[in-house]
Design a protein around this ligand. Structure first.
Ligand SMILES: Cc1cc2nc3c(=O)[nH]c(=O)nc-3n(C[C@H](O)[C@H](O)[C@H](O)COP(=O)(O)OP(=O)(O)OC[C@H]3O[C@@H](n4cnc5c(N)ncnc54)[C@H](O)[C@@H]3O)c2cc1C
Ligand code: SF4
Length: 492
């Protein structure tokens, strides 16, 4: 496959997730009229035989979905997050657990939780660029995602939290910590979620987010990619897995042959995808280390407080709490607070008993919240990526990482508020946060601030991040990919 020989630059974008969406935002502005080929590794989606409903999901639909999920993945608690009954594909790290690996348009944002964050000076302290340089790209990416939040300048109203979360935010805001204790700063989350009244995609608080949103209220990068294809920013979509790049000729090796040469290649296949391509493309590169944030889940019990009845609710993050220590050199942590969603009990209770269980589920939502503590990747796992002689990917655990000494008791004390307690149980460690970063960071292999690996080849995803701060990375992935695409120089 050979792109045209016209005067406009010939650009290849590898991947079709958030990083690719950001790269296309940059191309749209910096290289209008370019011949853009998008390479996406599309595996046939195995979505249920019935389409998601366009109206509010009824209990028959939810029951069907729950049964299908149980049939496919067995009885599991907590039940998996799915996109209409389909779990995100994953690959095994022997002796450790599984990593989510996207294989379709939209990438991991098909399954994500929609929490967005802008990295501040602290999160960017190891980066070659600072907050001011990223701001215009953040603005653009946030506009594209449609971020709602508590900021006065947000065009979308913030998420309406369940009453117990509202009470928790108020209690945390009034809390006065003892000297040397943790500082907890609560806020409503900035979400890539349509909340504007009157919009067809607006969230109607059905609470079913963990099984797939029937209204598409949560942003997926597939929306941007679809738009770019429809508007002609992307000239050609190539449904093929890129195996490797010839970095001298800027030609791509596919299973089905070759594509290129291109004047510019923007690599945006996510850390796992990009890592595999790099391992097969760079002579002498035999191993990469993938950084992951450690995540710990724990219950927060709420007693007293508001007894108001709330049947509709938002089933993902209802509040974010930034956790900082007295030691300014330690990076902040984040606690995302979820309600006890119905899908937890629905996964266990037979359908015939759902009418009886529904009021209990409501009670549970009023009195149990779920906290998810995200720490900096300095405390997280490191997964080694290597390729076998046959070219297939081999993963192994380089480091498990752990909670810093004393953090858990301090956090429990900090949540010891009027009306709230965190029980004295060890928090449950998840094997991945799915926030991968840092496989070929800035400053290594000649990578400058523009992500340039070789002339005409730029890395656009979290591969180049120096580390993985606790804050949600996807808005930064998209903004930084846009910045990278706009700084990239095609070679003719
Ligand atoms: C359950 C879950 C919840 C999450 N929640 C949040 C959240 O609330 N907030 C947040 O910020 N982040 C969250 N994340 C993480 C977030 O989804 C990812 O950080 C983000 O989507 C990464 O985007 P990416 O484009 O870099 O990579 P990916 O999403 O991995 O996309 C890579 C793309 O490249 C394609 N590709 C890969 N290899 C090749 C190849 N060789 N050839 C061609 N194409 C290829 C893939 O098919 C895919 O389209 C969550 C993730 C999961 C799984
Ligand atoms: S609560 Fe979740 S599933 Fe329901 S409309 Fe809102 S985003 Fe979609």
């Amino acid at each position: 496959m050979v792109p045209g020989a016209g005067p406009s630059p010939r650009i290849a974008v590898i991947g079709s997730g958030a990083a690719a969406a950001g790269a296309l935002l940059g191309i749209e502005r910096r290289f209008p009229g370019a011949e853009v080929w998008l390479f996406e590794r599309r595996e046939p989606p195995e979505f249920p035989p019935y389409p998601p409903p366009s109206a509010e999901p009824d209990s028959d639909y939810l029951l069907n979905l729950t049964c299908l999920t149980r049939q496919r993945y067995g009885l599991a608690f907590p039940p998996p997050k799915t996109h209409f009954g389909v779990k995100c594909p994953s690959i095994e790290v022997p002796g450790w657990g599984r990593l989510w690996e996207s294989r379709e348009r939209g990438g991991l944002t098909r399954y994500w939780g929609g929490v967005t964050a802008r990295f501040g000076r602290g999160e960017l302290c190891r980066w070659p660029v600072g907050p001011a340089e990223l701001t215009p790209f953040y603005d653009c990416a946030a506009e594209e995602m449609g971020v709602c939040g508590p900021d006065a300048d947000s065009s979308r109203p913030p998420v309406r939290p369940v009453p117990a979360v509202r009470d928790l935010i108020a209690a945390l805001a009034q809390r006065e910590g003892a000297a040397g204790e943790l500082t907890l700063t609560p806020s409503l989350p900035a979400m890539a979620l349509e909340t504007r009244p009157g919009q067809a995609r607006r969230c109607t608080y059905t609470g079913g987010c963990m099984a797939g949103c029937p209204h598409d209220s949560i942003y997926s990068a597939a929306m941007t990619i679809d738009r770019m294809v429809a508007q002609g920013v992307v000239s050609k979509v190539v449904l093929a897995k890129v195996l490797a790049m010839d970095v001298a000729t800027r030609t791509l090796a596919l299973k089905e042959g070759e594509a290129g040469p291109f004047d510019l290649i923007l690599v945006a296949a996510g850390c796992l995808g990009t890592g595999q391509i790099l391992l097969r493309s760079l002579p002498g590169l035999s191993r990469l280390n993938l950084l992951d944030n450690p995540v710990f889940t724990f219950p927060i019990l709420a007693y007293g407080g508001s007894e108001e009845r709330e049947d509709s609710y938002f089933g993902l993050t209802n509040a974010c709490v930034t956790v900082t220590t007295a030691d300014p050199t330690l990076p902040p942590a984040t606690v995302q607070v979820y309600p006890a969603m119905d899908h937890l009990w629905q996964s266990l209770v037979p359908g015939a008993l759902w009418p009886v269980a529904t009021p209990l589920g409501r009670l549970l939502r009023r009195h149990v919240l779920i906290g998810r503590l995200y720490l900096h990747s300095d405390h997280g796992s490191v997964v080694r990526m290597e390729t076998s002689a046959g070219g297939s990917l081999r993963l192994s655990l380089g480091r498990a990482g752990k909670m810093p000494e004393g953090l858990w008791p301090a956090l429990r004390r900090a949540f010891h508020l009027k009306g709230f307690r965190v029980p004295n149980l060890p928090p449950l460690r998840q094997k991945t946060s799915s926030h991968y970063a840092g496989t070929l960071p800035y400053g290594t292999h000649g990578l400058g601030a523009d992500g340039g690996l070789r002339p005409g080849i730029h890395l656009c995803d979290a591969t180049v991040f120096p580390d993985g701060p606790a804050a949600s990375p996807t808005l930064t992935i998209m903004a930084n990919a846009m910045r990278t695409a706009m700084a990239a120089r095609p070679v003719r």
